[in-house]
Design a protein around this ligand. Sequence first.
Ligand code: NDP
Length: 263
Amino acid sequence: MGGRFAGRNVIVTGAGRGIGEATALAFAAEGADVLALGRTVVDLDDTVRQIAEAGGRAWRAACDVTDEAAVDAVVADAAQRWDAIHVLINNAGIDDDTPFLDIDHARWRAVIGTNLTGAFLMAQAVARQMARTGGGVILHTASVDASGADGPYAAYNSSKAALLGLNRTMAVELAQYGIRSNCVSPGFTHTAMTEQAVGPGLMNYLNGSFARVPLRRLVRTDEVAQAFLYLASDQASGVTGIDLRVDAGLTANLFILETLPEE
Ligand code: NDP
């Protein structure tokens, strides 16, 4: 299959559903060989099947990104199978809506462990390979919640804000190895995570007349995927250390006048 990523090898974490699934499909559609990672094998198999049916190349491996030994093993496997890992999409994530006063240490650790430490473990293992093979691109799914609070999401918001800091530091430190690092920050996106957060009853409203958002709708997963494709491509060769928001205008809208009471 031809395309911008023909001959490129791409790892996507959290590739079994949602944004990760759409991103895996989009890279494969542009010619990449995709390694789909996640914990639920049946979901990964479905992603690989969709890619194969569309004529693309993909394989999968079960991997919990919080498990350092599992991360090291899967990255070593990928490095052995491929001559080089060209792109990592650090997308696996979980959310948590426990009110601040009730968050226990285990819950805090789970969210930070997945969204921040998991991203770090994957990035470090892959960057070590990329440094050896001449460079690459590492991208992270952050969130608009990295830059503004959406409560009660203390652990989640903290993990995503920290990811922006990790990204900037990686961009600075890894440039010497030919490695670029960037974030994509989706706004409210139509995935299972969102449906669970708001309940299925609100999905029609969010997709049809979402007043808080200038485009009046949720972001689509394929729109987030397109941002990853751009940042991973040679067209973005001068772009490192940024956070690209794909939020349907949400963070551009201060929403002040609309919320004032009638005189
Ligand atoms: P989903 O819940 O649909 O998908 C999350 C994916 O991450 C699943 O495939 C899940 O697979 C995987 N995952 C979770 N924990 C782990 C783990 N420990 N190891 C490996 N894989 C894991 O969520 P979305 O697609 O909505 O979210 C994807 C990313 O986008 C997340 O980082 C999220 O924070 C971010 N985001 C989402 C937004 C939204 O509105 N939906 C907005 C902004 C950011 P499995 O459980 O099988 O491991």
